[in-house]
Design a protein around this ligand. Structure first.
Ligand SMILES: *[C@@H]1O[C@H](CO)[C@@H](O)[C@H](O)[C@H]1NC(C)=O
Length: 223
């Protein structure tokens, strides 16, 4: 490009001045019009040069614009990646019953299927929302009371920040197995704590069949 430009300028200078030796007519002052008249080759070269500059500018601009768009898409993708959050846990993987107790207590689900983002705490059983968004939450309770007519109830409450959002209860005395499920989509703020609470008198039993599960995931972020 630069070589062509120099050649082009040189050509223009030669075309206008170099043939005017002593005693010859003074050169006419070159303007863009008469340059084209007196030296069409040089003029064509310059026009081409101009056109190439314009094209170069245009492509550079388009490239910059594309790069900006790629950067924006990349940032959005990274944002989605970094906010991935999903968990799914079960009461146990062996054999375990919780309750009935004289006082309500939180349930800590021991068996972890998935804890993407590490937002479910295995020690206290609490899922902490990593960021504001709409979350899907699901809870299934199950108990095998051992015999029809037993007073045991399969029940538990889904809680957000200690407040009940769904109470599950199956105390149908006519069969031996009791079960209930709730699935909710909830708007949560960053740091909201989702947990399961076992009220007085409720009991859940499970084994490796995973009848008691607690799951949630970020459907989409809203911040
Ligand atoms: C879990 O217990 C049920 C009875 O409540 C039984 O039918 C089932 O086979 C058990 N599952 C496993 C994996 O032991």
């Amino acid at each position: 490009m630069r070589g062509l430009l120099l050649l082009c300028l040189f050509g223009t200078v030669l075309g206008n001045y170099s043939w005017n030796g002593p005693g010859q007519e003074a050169p006419t002052k070159p303007t863009s019009d008469n340059v084209c008249l007196t030296d069409t080759a040089s003029c064509g070269c310059c026009l081409m040069q101009k056109q190439m500059h314009r094209m170069e500018g245009y492509f550079n601009m388009s490239l910059d614009e594309l790069q900006r768009k790629v950067n924006r898409a990349q940032a959005a993708l990274n944002n989605v990646r970094s906010s991935r959050s999903a968990f799914s846990v079960a009461l146990t993987d062996t054999r375990r019953c919780v309750g009935p107790n004289r006082a309500g207590s939180p349930i800590v689900y021991e068996y972890v299927f998935l804890n993407l983002g590490d937002n479910y705490n295995r020690v206290d059983g609490v899922f902490t929302a990593p960021r504001a968004g709409v979350y899907s939450l699901a809870l299934t309770v199950y108990s095998d009371s051992g015999a029809p007519g037993s007073l045991l109830m399969a029940c538990a409450n889904l809680r957000v920040n200690g407040a009940d959002v769904a109470k599950l209860n199956d105390a149908n005395d006519e069969d031996q197995e009791d079960s209930a499920t709730a699935v909710l989509a909830l708007q949560l703020a960053a740091g909201d704590r989702v947990s399961v609470y076992l009220p007085v008198g409720c009991s859940l039993c499970d084994n490796a069949s995973h009848y008691n599960t607690f799951s949630g995931f970020l459907l989409y972020a809203t911040d």
